[in-house]
Design a protein. Structure first.
Length: 294
């Protein structure tokens, strides 16, 4: 359900994102395939605590004896005691689906958890990783700046992009979709997050959904435009009867129009199959935002 990044720098190793518990054996197999001892992993770093990013944290930490969990201060308590995370996911998906998608969600001992403040740096190899607060998708979201690769690990704060939609001839930019998953979509904060990203002049963004993208200034403007369209369509449907389904339909129309403009070759049925879950969650999150106290 997510891209998890293995970063090796000198003697240190980190996983950025942990995915879900069913995916943890693949992460451990990657260490073995690379000849990296589990004891060398210094950090496990989910960008935020939504379960597609952090559901596997407990299982991964249990397998990595020397690792420290690095998590946003607003989210740390939910990985130390994941009861509320599980309850929230169960309310959205149902118990059977949560078990199928996320598997067993294990707690992490508090003594193994650190929460860097905004702008803090943690040592990594001969250098460091810098953590910046990046709300907009969620208030418990940070991003990780790696000066060596001149890139940000962005979690969900630089949108979602399927490689299936790339132009095989090699476009100068790719298609991005905002991710307004419940329950903390905040468009103004997200625009400020984009400003912070651009202040570092990044050469690439490591998306959790999915993979690395470049041409960052171009994509930043596309993401801003997508956020503005979402806000406008949400406001236009704020008091509509059957609002949720209408939001979904409008978001699908927005995505399909963008992809048609890019001359994407996938048939509409394939696009809808890829985006069905994402747009369902986006519509839910937009509904929460529209119902917020003014």
């Amino acid at each position: 359900m997510a891209c998890c990044y293995l970063v090796e720098r000198d003697d240190d190793v980190a996983f950025i994102e942990a995915g879900t518990s069913p995916g943890v054996p693949a992460l451990l197999a990657l260490l073995e395939a690379r000849g990296i001892a589990r004891e060398r992993v210094r950090y496990v770093i989910p960008t935020h605590v939504h379960l597609d990013h952090a559901g596997g944290v407990g299982a991964l930490m249990a397998a990595l004896p020397n690792a420290t969990l690095v998590v946003h201060a607003r989210g740390a308590r939910h990985l130390i005691d994941p009861t509320k995370l599980i309850a929230g996911a169960t309310a959205v998906y149902g118990a059977e689906a949560v078990q199928r998608m996320y598997g067993q969600i294990l707690p992490v001992p508090e003594a193994r958890v650190v929460s860097p403040t905004d702008g803090a740096a943690l040592p990594f190899g001969a250098g460091e990783l810098i953590f910046i607060d990046t709300p907009g998708h969620a208030r418990h979201h940070f991003s990780i700046w790696d000066a060596v690769s001149q890139g940000f690990f962005t979690g969900d704060s630089f949108g979602l992009s399927y490689r299936d939609f790339d132009d095989p001839k090699g476009p100068a930019d790719v298609w991005l979709m905002p991710t307004t998953t419940p329950v903390q979509f905040e468009p103004d904060a997200w625009q400020a997050t984009i400003d912070r990203y651009l202040g570092f002049k990044p050469q690439r963004m490591y998306l959790t959904h999915y993979s690395v993208v470049e041409h960052v200034p171009v994509l930043a403007e596309k993401l801003r435009a997508g956020l503005a369209r979402y806000v406008a369509l949400g406001q236009s449907l704020a008091k509509a009867e059957g609002r949720h389904e209408k939001l979904k339909a409008a978001m699908f129309d927005d995505a399909l129009a963008e992809l048609r403009a890019r001359r994407n070759p996938l048939p509409e049925t394939a696009v809808r199959a890829l985006l069905e879950n994402d747009i369902e969650l986006n519509a839910q999150g937009m509904g929460v935002w529209l119902d917020r106290p003014v």
